[in-house]
Structure formats: C-alpha cells, structure tokens
Design a protein around this ligand. Structure first.
Ligand SMILES: Cc1cc2nc3c(=O)[nH]c(=O)nc-3n(C[C@H](O)[C@H](O)[C@H](O)COP(=O)(O)OP(=O)(O)OC[C@H]3O[C@@H](n4cnc5c(N)ncnc54)[C@H](O)[C@@H]3O)c2cc1C
Length: 364
C-alpha cells in the first residue's frame, strides 16, 4: 500500500510543483503530518508537504525493533558534541564518520551520544519508543500564563481528544479526557514479560501505572500512518518525499516568507507559497533552517556568511530529558528471551511470520 501511495504522490508532485500551493509544510514528522492531514481536510486549502526522508519500512512499523533505527538511513545521524561531562556511559560506543555516505558507525572513546531524529515520513514518530504520554497540566498552564493564548491545558485537551483513538475500554469510557474517534490509535501492550508486571507492581504504591503506546493492531501507528496515509488521495494534498529543504525564502523588505528552496534528486527547486510556509522540521532542523534563511543570532550568521534578515535568539533553550537503561542479571529467562527473540528475528524474519505471528505485538 505504501509503495502504491509513493508512486502516486511522486507523479502528482511533479504535476503540481510549478503551480504554487497555498500552504507549504516543511517536514512530515510528528507535527507536520498532523498539520498536513488536518489542513487538507479543508478543500479550499492546497497543501504541499516537503519531507527529506522516504516511506516507512516493513521494519520501522514493528514495535519490537523500535530501538534499532539510531544510526540508520531513517535517522538524521546527529551526535552531541564530545564532552567529558556527559555521555560518560557511552565509552566504547560512540559514533563518528559515515558509512557509505549514509549511516553512523561506531568509533571508540569520543565521549559523544547519538542524538536520534527521524528522517522518514512520520518523522521521529516513525522511529521512537511509541510511549503515548501527554505533558503535565501545569506545563501547559504555565505556557498560557506566560502569555501564550490558547495553550492552557483546557485549551489543548480538545485537540488531544480529537486525535485520539484509544483502544482501552476503560479509558474510552472516560470522555472527559479520552476519545475513540481520532486518527491516532493508542493501545495497551497485549503481551508483557512477567518481569514487567513485577516491576510495575513494585511501583504501584508510588502511583506508577501501565503506559499506553501509539500502536494499532500490534503495529506502530506513526503520525504518517494516522494522518497522511488516509489523506493521500486528496486532490488538494501533495507529499514530496526525499525533498530536503535548504532555505525558507523570505522577502527582506516585508520579512514575509514567500516560498522554500529544496534539493531533490540532484537538483535545487524554488517553490512559492501563496499563503503560508509552515516550518515543522523538528527541534534541531527548524532552528537550523531559520538560521540558513537569515533569521538567527547576528554574530553567528555573520560567522557563517549568511545574510541577516532578522537578529533573533534562534537555537537557544533546547530542553530534553535524559534517557538511560539499566541492566540486571536475573535467574529467570523472560528478559533474555526477548532479546534473543529480537536478535534471531533480525536475521531470520519473514513477511509471513510478521503477518501471522504474535511477534508483531512485542515491545520492550
Ligand atoms: C529515540 C527516541 C525515542 C523517543 N520515544 C518517544 C516516546 O516513546 N514517546 C514520545 O512521546 N516521544 C518520544 N520521543 C520524542 C518524540 O518522538 C519527538 O519529540 C517528536 O517526534 C518530535 O516531533 P517533531 O514534529 O517536532 O519532529 P520530527 O517528528 O522529528 O519531524 C521533523 C520532520 O521534518 C523532517 N525534516 C527535517 N529537516 C528537514 C528539511 N530540511 N527538509 C525537509 N524535511 C525535513 C524530518 O525528516 C522529519 O520527518 C522519542 C525521541 C527519540 C529520538
């Protein structure tokens, strides 16, 4: 289905590319896919989504492999700066250099961490851990109190519900917070190791609870699958894969974005937007694109030889959470069973197995 869709999209893209769509969206990631899907629900909008990556693959949709995409073609292959203060646990497993112009390879002792970002339809939602979590109510209320109209928890809750297709019967009944009508399917795990339940029970006293995942019928439900695939046949939506945007075109006299420049199959193209350019290229690439387009800190742009359009503190205040794993030796088989299963699947998988087996539902 995805292959058919991609051929169809490419043809439509070439037919429409010179016309000038009303709206250009840069990046078909977690945010961009939703925006592209939603805006194209309105037939009055003509939407072009430009995405640097390609289709989801037969492997990215399998939850059990969600940890395997760092350093692959589906990842932008970023790393942190080398440091003696962080990534200390990464000794002997650092990345540097590119293999066959594509992917990172391991080199020892550089004290860097891989910093994964999806380069694929669905963006990082196509390679992430699929945990379905909403932010803390007080975060949203804090943003609203800082003057961001429309961002309080009560303001954003209807949009969480609008997108949600929750397959847990208990949550589904809780209409105040959940919905079953949306595009993004959210499911419980159907299978867990006995160890998982033991850990969870230990944490219940601290109000730990089961977590849900963006999965549908045992497969990953990325924002591409949820929002773009169903919209793929709309006449007013074009999705251009393998289209790397290198600049937002901004009129310096009005400071208004009027188009984008992108690189596709060896050629640069300029396309115009009759109404808006929407930048949803992720936490690293959105600020990078703004700076490449002349919007950013004056001194840095000068150092890089980029003509300044607007001196703004772009690229600061990155916030992220730590991620680390802990390993324990057990005297029972369940944990080992999972990793052995993953390893053997990587070398022996067959399409039939995925279609028929329960293996597609395994995760973590
Ligand atoms: C390994 C990992 C695991 C994670 N696990 C979870 C989890 O379990 N649960 C959770 O809630 N969050 C998780 N996250 C975080 C979550 O996935 C991200 O916060 C979210 O996907 C970011 O969405 P976004 O739309 O901002 O960017 P992205 O989803 O990264 O989308 C950006 C898109 O823009 C495209 N793009 C970028 N630059 C250009 C360009 N120049 N031209 C054209 N296209 C471009 C990219 O290819 C990409 O498709 C995880 C993140 C990582 C890295």
């Amino acid at each position: 289905m995805l292959i058919n869709q991609s051929v169809y999209i490419s043809m439509r893209f070439f037919l429409s590319i010179h016309v000038g769509a009303l709206l250009r969206i840069i990046g078909a990631g977690s945010a961009g896919a939703v925006v592209g899907g939603r805006l194209s629900e309105n037939p009055d909008f003509e939407v072009l989504v430009l995405e640097a990556g390609g289709d989801e693959t037969g492997i990215t949709v399998i939850p059990a492999f969600s940890n395997y995409f760092i350093g692959t073609e589906q990842d932008w292959n970023y790393t942190t700066e080398s440091s003696t203060k962080y990534c200390l646990g990464s000794e002997n497993m650092n990345f540097r250099d590119y293999e066959e112009n594509c992917c990172l390879k391991f080199i020892n002792n550089l004290q860097e961490c891989p910093y994964a970002r999806g380069r694929i339809l669905g963006g990082t939602s196509s390679i992430n851990g699929m945990f379905y979590t909403r932010g803390n109510k007080r975060d949203y209320d804090g943003w609203a109190n800082d003057g961001n109209y429309g961002w309080s928890f009560e303001d954003v809750l209807p949009y969480f519900k609008k997108s949600e297709d929750n397959r847990n019967a208990t949550y589904a009944k809780n209409k105040r917070y959940h919905s079953t009508e949306g595009e993004l399917t959210v499911s419980d795990l159907r299978w867990k190791t006995p160890m998982a339940n033991i850990f969870l029970n230990a944490g219940r006293e601290l109000v730990f609870t089961d977590i849900q995942f963006t999965m549908r019928d045992g497969f990953r439900c990325s924002t591409n699958k949820a929002f773009l695939v169903p919209a793929g046949e709309r006449e007013n939506l074009d999705i251009a894969k393998h289209s790397h945007v290198t600049k937002v075109l901004i009129d310096p006299s009005t400071n208004r974005a009027y188009g984008v420049r992108f690189f596709r199959y060896g050629k640069y193209h300029d396309v115009l937007a009759r109404k808006e350019v929407i930048l949803s290229a992720g936490v690293f690439n959105s600020p990078q694109l703004l700076m490449l387009s002349g919007v950013g800190p004056k001194d840095h742009l000068k150092d890089m030889g980029i003509r300044l359009i607007k001196d703004l503190p772009v690229g600061f205040n990155l916030q992220d959470h730590q991620g680390f794993g802990m390993k324990f030796t057990t005297d029972r088989p369940p944990s080992a069973f999972i990793s052995e299963l993953q390893e053997s699947l990587l070398s022996n998988m067959t399409f039939e197995l995925f279609q028929k087996g329960t293996i597609i539902e395994l995760h973590k």
